[in-house]
Design a protein around this ligand. Structure first.
Ligand SMILES: [Zn+2]
Ligand SMILES: [Zn+2]
Length: 342
């Protein structure tokens, strides 16, 4: 292959060479069909708790203070508090719905809000936090493009870091308690309630906490011994699942065009990685790209270039074969007519 730049990709090449269905190695929240139905987001259908309105408090305040100021104040609240507030009355719901970031989030990615509520992680992020993340593209750990949202941190993450980074390892709360952390300490840490998933037969919901966060607190309390990394994970078969259960497929938003993108992966690289029997430092597993990111990748991906050349050649051979077949058919027809006339 020549070292010069390959011919630019056509739209057809792009679709042929990339995959938009991620080949994720674990179950994410959006794979659980019940995550929408179980979300306490909308219209009181799935109310989990009632909000008491004290006389002379909330309702009156909403009447006295100008709406713009209320919207500004409410913008600082987390998604869980806003969802709870929406249940107070139709009027309050209408005000919450006008918060710019909340409105945008519900317009472009309502499933993200549903997932955060279903996993009880909506308390950690404001609508603006998640909207900022939606408009961002980079993984919070390595900086590459990330097609997943980590509900615990509310940050975007790539498949490789989700699969291999130590920062993404979680343990169950019960395990953290067994290792010396008490309930009060654990309550200060970010946790996620995972959903039931059929795919890996993860039936009971689990409450997870990140291992590094739990260990940090344990070290401060002088209980680091219980958080021996090897002991915690060497024999754990569920480590891999627990990495993915707090994650959600997460699009990117181009705010100027209002377009959502889900990222693409390179079919050629994915295929060659699948046949590797062991983990290598490079290349990364299941890398996702933005459209421009893939176009750049294509310039260096010899396998993709070869696949395109082969596809082109195949299309040419197919067209030539079809041409020959149609000529032969015409010739046969002519010969048959001629035979009949004779
Ligand atoms: Zn990453
Ligand atoms: Zn590639």
């Amino acid at each position: 292959m020549s070292s010069s730049e390959p011919e630019p990709l056509t739209r057809r090449d792009f679709c042929f060479l990339t995959s938009i269905v991620p080949d994720l190695p674990g179950p994410t929240i959006d794979e659980t069909p019940t995550f929408k139905a179980s979300s306490p987001l909308d219209y009181g259908r799935h109310e989990s708790k009632k909000i008491e309105i004290l006389p002379g408090s909330t309702s009156d305040l909403f009447r006295i203070i100008p709406t713009e100021i209320i919207v500004k104040i409410l913008s600082m609240l987390d998604l869980q508090s806003l969802t709870d507030l929406r249940r107070v009355s139709w009027g309050v719901r209408a005000i919450v719905n006008t918060i710019p970031a909340y409105k945008d989030l519900m317009k472009y990615s309502p499933d993200t809000v549903r997932a955060l509520l279903s996993t009880e992680t909506a308390i950690y992020s404001t609508p603006q936090d998640i909207l900022d993340e939606l408009c961002r593209q980079d993984c919070f750990i390595c900086g590459d493009f990330g097609p997943l949202l980590d509900t615990i941190t509310g940050r975007r993450c790539c498949v490789d870091c989700a699969t291999f980074s130590q920062l993404m390892r979680s343990i169950e709360i019960s395990s953290a308690e067994l290792r010396g952390l008490n309930e009060t300490t654990i309550r200060k840490l970010r946790t996620v309630h995972t959903l039931r998933t059929e795919r890996y037969r993860v039936q009971p919901r689990q409450q997870l906490v990140r291992f590094v966060e739990a260990k940090k607190v344990a070290v401060e309390l002088g209980k680091a011994r219980g958080f021996n990394f090897v002991e915690c994970f060497t024999l754990s078969t569920s480590d891999h699942l627990r990495r993915f259960l707090p994650l959600l497929r997460f699009p990117t938003l181009d705010k100027r065009s209002g377009r959502l993108g889900w990222g693409v992966s390179c079919k050629a690289c994915d295929r060659s990685l699948r046949i590797l029997s062991h983990r290598k430092e490079e290349p990364k597993l299941n890398v996702h790209y933005t459209v421009s990111g893939y176009i750049e990748h294509f310039k260096h991906c010899k396998d993709s270039q070869l696949n395109r050349d082969n596809a082109k050649l195949f299309a040419e051979i197919k067209a030539a074969t079809e041409d020959i077949v149609s000529r032969l058919q015409r010739l046969t027809g002519g010969l048959q007519r001629l035979t009949r006339e004779l």
